[in-house]
Design a protein around this ligand. Structure first.
Ligand code: HEC
Length: 241
């Protein structure tokens, strides 16, 4: 009876584990690491802003990260003229829909809608698929319209399906292997995507790092305030008995 109880308790878990769930890798980003966010901003402007806009982000907001307007002008301003401009693109949405079969969405708040672990996994799981019009597919976003724009850095991954038989149960594992190396090693590519995700996360919530600092200050202030308030209370109630 006890055994049956445990078997029932664990049943949904084993079903879940054998399903085709994608395991998300942890992005492990640090919102206080301004240098990492700066590197991510550079990758974003170079590789993503050709198709995606980030219209709620203005270039000069990056001065928050310790960049001067001159640095922004020299290193990041390719798609725009003025540092006060939002990150928009010139291609029309309609054209893009025709080219890729889907519109590249605005990425201003994608880190909030998708989550940083999903983004980190997505950017690292593109693989070659001749059946797709773009020649690429993705484990986190099956049949995605986006081509793998970072392939020269990561290299070309191919999908291998391994089937395994365990106690009469057949299971299939999808695995990506590097068929053709890119200009970066796997560790360097992970770092590049981590910085990029750090930037996407910053863009979705530029105040995040500052807000947690403010939180600490506020709590400290409340703690200090407790002393005079307590003394005041004692003073008020001293004659009431
Ligand atoms: C050549 C054009 C192009 C470039 C360059 C490009 N993308 Fe995309 N991206 C697309 C298209 C098209 C889609 C929509 C895919 C779909 O819906 O099938 C997309 C979708 C996405 C999505 C999924 C959004 C969602 O929530 O559905 C993310 C995230 C994304 N792109 C991130 C990036 C990042 C980061 C870069 C830079 C490294 C980048 N993209 C560069 C075309 C592009």
């Amino acid at each position: 009876m006890k055994r049956l109880f445990f078997a029932l308790l664990l049943a949904p878990l084993s079903v879940f584990a054998s399903g085709d769930e994608l395991h998300l890798d942890h992005a492990n980003i640090d919102p206080h690491d301004a240098i990492s966010i700066q590197r991510g901003a550079r990758t974003f402007v170079n590789y993503c802003l050709t198709c995606h806009s980030a219209s709620s982000m203005r270039y000069n907001r990056l001065t928050d990260l310790g960049l001067t307007e001159q640095q922004i002008k020299e290193n990041l301003l390719f798609a725009s003229e003025k540092v006060g401009d939002p990150m928009t693109i010139s291609a029309s949405r309609k054209d893009q829909k025709q080219w890729f079969g889907a519109e590249p969405p605005d990425l201003s708040v994608v880190a909030r809608s998708r989550g940083t672990d999903w983004l980190y996994t997505y950017l690292r799981t593109f693989y070659r698929d001749e059946k797709r019009p773009s020649g690429w597919n993705n484990l986190a976003f099956p049949n995605v319209g986006m081509p793998h724009v970072l392939w020269q850095l990561q290299g070309i991954q191919v999908l291998k399906t391994e089937s395994e038989e365990h106690e009469g149960h057949k299971s299939e594992h999808k695995k990506l292997v590097l068929g053709h190396p890119g200009s970066l090693s796997a560790i360097e590519y992970d770092k590049l995507t981590r910085d990029l995700v750090n930037y996407l996360s910053y863009m979705a919530e530029p105040e995040k790092a500052r807000r947690s600092q403010i939180g600490v200050v506020v709590l400290f202030f409340l703690l200090l305030l407790l002393v005079p308030v307590w003394l005041l209370k004692k003073e008020y109630w001293k004659n009431v008995h």
